[in-house]
Design a protein around this ligand. Structure first.
Ligand code: FRU
Length: 488
């Protein structure tokens, strides 16, 4: 196992070897954060799906565990969730509590090649170390729906029921249960709402308080939309804001409003941890850092794909309405090392300021004061021949990442690109919080209101960090660069 392969993330979770896609079944139980994931243990491309497993005490350092779920007579093990069955509603735990996985079994209808996706259970009485599949599997099937997968289950306190949300082609469906074994259809949502640029996958739903607004909570629904050849962006993740009453979801925005969770190309199939609320109330998200457009072709050796840094999700009232805010989890503190800071730096056009710090694994926090600058930003993972540009186009109020010349890009025609998101200055300032690792960049702009997550594959020696402005000087009110330690 080579944890120092040149593109291996040094502080993001990745499988020890071979392929991963979606994070699955994240749950907090008995002092441990569990992360399961779509895993092909015998190859570096997508194949018969298993659930890989890792455990952490701090969301940063991970121990690799044996495969939790392997294919069986009902098929391969697609995405799903894990809940803590606190009151033994399943009867699996002899009155105690334990973990129940609810996942999609994927196979084919007998005598046809139409794919069949049904929901099944497995349980663990030893804190996730070993799993037993339920003998009554599958527990939920709908023959008329072909794409019927990725169940996320949670306990709905108000109605005292387990609720399942799952993807069903171009919408999500809700089912309710008292024991996780028998499920009743409750409602569906979304055939005419949000983006339909691809098939809907990997939904999640949870309630969050609106920060600073007393007694106001809203439900957030996350829906990933699959790669459709008609769209250059490939896989993306959207979200909805509204209310959920135990039966149905009401969207508070118009049907044609599309809210993107991430404006980068590489944050897909993300969902949140179950059962953290019992401990500290945070809602923590992790996404798969890749894109079905090119996921099977990225230039890593012996392993493929990683996840985003765990991010805390909160809701904030903005001038456009209530929006999702993302911030790296506070535990990142554990790997912060040498710190350098600068105040009141002026950047002049044509005079690029290179900083004598190396940025292979680093955190950059920059606050720019716009004045009359038209385009400025930070170049990272820079050498004479490579750079990734994180820029702000002040004329069009557009934050972008340009990875056209970021390193290895030719493995897929859609990889080299420039893209971004609308972003308005606040008090004439733009604030960027950037996390750089061996093969990824995560940009949290204006305190996490706009997020861009992208893969890059620079040479390990391309570690320069440089500030630039195109034709007017710009003031950097403050800049902090922190070296991040490897978790290996
Ligand atoms: C999303 C997805 C899920 C499915 C899994 C299969 O990336 O397509 O819908 O369960 O991957 O690996």
């Amino acid at each position: 196992v080579d944890m120092k392969e040149k593109f291996r993330p040094q502080y993001h979770f990745s499988p020890e070897s071979n392929w991963m896609n979606d994070p699955n079944g994240m749950v907090y139980y008995a002092g441990e954060y569990h992360l399961f994931y779509q895993h092909h243990p015998y190859g570096t491309t997508w194949g018969p799906m298993h659930w890989g497993h890792a455990v952490s005490k701090d969301l940063i350092h991970w121990d690799h565990h044996p495969i939790a779920l392997a294919p069986d007579e009902h098929g391969d093990i697609f995405s799903g969730s894990v809940v803590v069955d606190w009151n033994d509603s399943t009867g699996f735990f002899k009155g105690a509590s334990g973990l129940v996985a609810i996942f999609t079994h994927a196979d084919q209808y007998p005598d046809s090649d139409r794919s069949r996706q049904r929901q099944s259970l497995a349980y663990s009485t030893d804190c996730g170390r070993t799993w037993t599949k339920y003998e009554g599997n599958p527990v939920l099937a709908e023959e008329s729906i072909t794409d019927f997968r990725d169940p996320k289950v949670f306990w709905h306190e108000e109605t005292h029921k387990w609720i399942m949300i799952l993807a069903a082609g171009n919408h999500v469906r809700f089912y309710a249960s008292h024991n996780l074994k028998s499920w009743e259809f409750a409602s569906e949502f979304g055939s005419h709402s949000g983006s339909h640029a691809g098939v809907w996958e990997c939904p999640d739903i949870f309630k969050l308080p609106v920060v600073g607004v007393e007694n106001t909570s809203k439900w957030v629904m996350i829906v990933s939309i699959g790669n459709d050849s008609a769209f250059i962006e490939g896989s993306r993740t959207q979200y909805f804001i509204g209310q959920f009453d135990g039966i149905s979801f009401t969207n508070e925005n118009s049907d044609d409003t599309v809210l993107w969770l991430d404006y980068g190309r590489d944050n897909y199939a993300g969902v949140t941890w179950s059962d953290i609320s019992h401990e500290d109330g945070r809602r923590i998200f992790i996404g798969w850092m890749s894109n079905w457009k090119y996921a099977n072709e990225t230039p890593t050796v012996g392993w493929r794909s990683a996840v985003t840094l765990p991010r805390e999700l909160t809701l904030k009232e903005t001038s456009d309405g209530v929006r999702l805010i993302q911030t790296p989890v506070a535990e990142l503190e554990k790997i912060r090392r040498e710190k350098r800071s600068w105040n009141q730096l002026f950047i002049e056009p044509g005079k690029h300021v290179s900083l004598d710090v190396s940025g292979e694994q680093s955190e950059i926090i920059a606050e720019f004061e716009l004045e009359s600058a038209t385009e400025f930003g930070i170049k990272i993972r820079k050498s004479d021949s490579e750079e990734t540009i994180i820029g702000y186009d002040a004329v069009n109020e557009f934050l972008f990442i340009n990875r056209i010349n970021s390193g290895v890009t030719e493995f897929n025609e859609y990889f080299p690109c420039l893209h971004g998101a609308s972003l308005k200055a606040e008090n004439n300032r733009i604030k960027l919080h950037i996390l750089v690792d061996s093969s990824s960049v995560e940009i949290f702009a204006n305190n996490g209101q706009v997020v861009i997550t992208d893969l890059i594959f620079p040479d390990p020696k391309s570690t320069g960090i440089e500030l630039y402005t195109t034709n007017k000087k710009v003031k950097l009110a403050s800049l902090v660069i922190v070296q991040l330690a490897s978790i290996f």
